[in-house]
Each structure stands twice: as C-alpha cells, then as structure tokens.
Design a protein. Structure first.
Length: 266
C-alpha cells in the first residue's frame, strides 16, 4: 500500500464483469493446478472446506461477483475489485464493511513464483476460502473496524496482527501444524518453507506477541504464529484491539529476526 506497481488494475464494466484475455486465464489455470497440489495435506481443513464451498473455476479467472455470491450466503462478505495498492483508509473501511479488497490484475508468467504486490490469484485463492469461516470472517471485520479508528502509529501495529494471522497464520490441528494464511497458501515456496524448513521460528499465537513482532514483506517469513483453534479468532474479534496495541507499544517491539536489507543485498 503506497508503493508503485508495474501492473495495471482491471476495471469492471457496467455489469461488474472484468475482462481477461486467454493468456491471463492460462496463468490462473497453471497457478491453480500447481498450488492445489502443494497445499494438499498442508492447508488446514477449514481452508480446504472453504475452497470446496467456493468451487472456484480451474480453467479461468473467477469473477469477483461470483465469489461474492457464495461468500454473501455464508458469512455476509463480498469481494471488492481494487487497484493493486490502496491506502490504509480505504483498506480498513472496506474490511469494516465486510468487503474484501482484491487486486483485479493477475501476475505475468515471468513472476509465477513470486511477486511482491497481491494479485487476484493471491486474493481469491489465498484469502477468500477462509472468509467462508465465520470466526475468520468476524475477526477480519473487527480488524477493519479497529483500523478505521486507529491512529497512524496504531495502524503500524495493526498491520502486524493482520500479517501474522490473515496473511501468514498457521493453525495447530490434531494432524499437526497446518497453514491458513493467504500469503502462505498462495505461494508454493512459502507453503513448503513454512511447513518443512527448520529455519523459521514457530511461536504459539499470542496477540500481544504478534503486535510486537516486526517483519519484512520481501523474504520468506522468519517467524510464524500458530493458533490453537480457529475459533480463538472469535475471541480476538470481540477484544479491544486498540487496547491490545497500547499494551504492546508499552512493552516495546521484539528485536527483528530477519537480516537487514543492506546485508541481504550485498
């Protein structure tokens, strides 16, 4: 949010339909085929159930309105097509209104493995499955409402909470730790890394700890937080998030666990 992008937003027509060409549909199809195999046995049951409920097309990019129809029936949410990068004011306002902002473009074939800004595959495949789950949907709405009221400084902390849940959250299950965050679930590399690499730190989820943890957006995560139960998000949705932020700020942020950018670039 706030950075430049080389991608151009696709504007829906008067009927809400976004036009994509055959190459763009082919990119979606290839991304879907690859990622559905990689998340098998690695994504939590709630995520897998959400994909089944959505029944996304595999051979073409889904239209936001068709995904919205299913979400509306389940949890009252809808997908709102937006440019690749929107400001925090609009981001929080949309979430508070139960509208999930989804970038309307799809990545180029040259960036199949990784791109820094979110595209429609990341948004729809990565995120909307979990919005079929009531606890997750309620937390995301509460998060948006907190963000609308938050100061600029408080929003920095709120961004961390979103990062370690909605984007890069993991879940303890009877079958071991699984993924639910869309940033992991839409990335083949991060899916394998988060589940199988000995390198990252995996911590039990605590909202204060998450609020105190800095992160970088351009590398695999060095820390993941693991929820005990998906329904714990119901409690978080009812919590006073701004009060949690005040507590986290008073304690101070943790030391970064990632290398500084200069060192990595050298």
């Amino acid at each position: 949010m706030g950075k430049s992008t080389k991608y151009e937003a696709k504007i829906p027509d008067e009927n809400g339909i976004i036009s994509y060409n055959d190459d763009e549909h082919a990119v979606w199809s290839d991304l879907y085929a690859r990622q559905i195999k990689i998340i098998d046995g690695r994504a939590c049951q709630e995520f897998q159930d959400g994909l089944e409920i959505l029944n996304l097309p595999q051979d073409r990019i889904p239209q936001p309105r068709e995904v919205s129809k299913t979400l509306m029936e389940r949890t009252g949410w809808q997908v709102e097509p937006v440019p690749a990068l929107i400001n925090f004011d609009r981001f929080f306002k949309l979430l508070a209104e139960k509208k999930f902002p989804a970038a309307s473009f799809i990545r180029s074939r040259e960036e199949m493995d990784y791109l820094q800004e979110p595209d429609i595959f990341h948004e729809i495949f990565g995120h909307t499955a979990m919005l079929t789950h009531q606890a997750f949907a309620d937390f995301t709405e509460a998060y948006g409402k907190a963000g609308v009221k938050a100061s600029k400084q408080e929003r920095v902390f709120l961004a961390r909470l979103y990062w370690f849940t909605v984007e890069f959250g993991m879940l303890q299950t009877t079958d071991g730790v699984k993924i639910y965050g869309g940033g992991i679930a839409s990335s083949p590399g991060e899916t394998l890394y988060s589940m199988e690499s000995p390198e990252p730190i995996r911590r039990p989820f605590d909202p204060i700890d998450a609020l105190r943890t800095p992160y970088r957006i351009d590398i695999y995560q060095t820390v993941y937080y693991i929820l005990d139960r998906m329904d714990d998000l119901f409690d978080l949705a009812r919590a006073d998030l701004l009060s949690l932020i005040r507590e986290a700020r008073a304690l101070g942020q943790f030391e970064p666990t990632y290398p500084p950018k200069e060192k990595e670039a050298a």
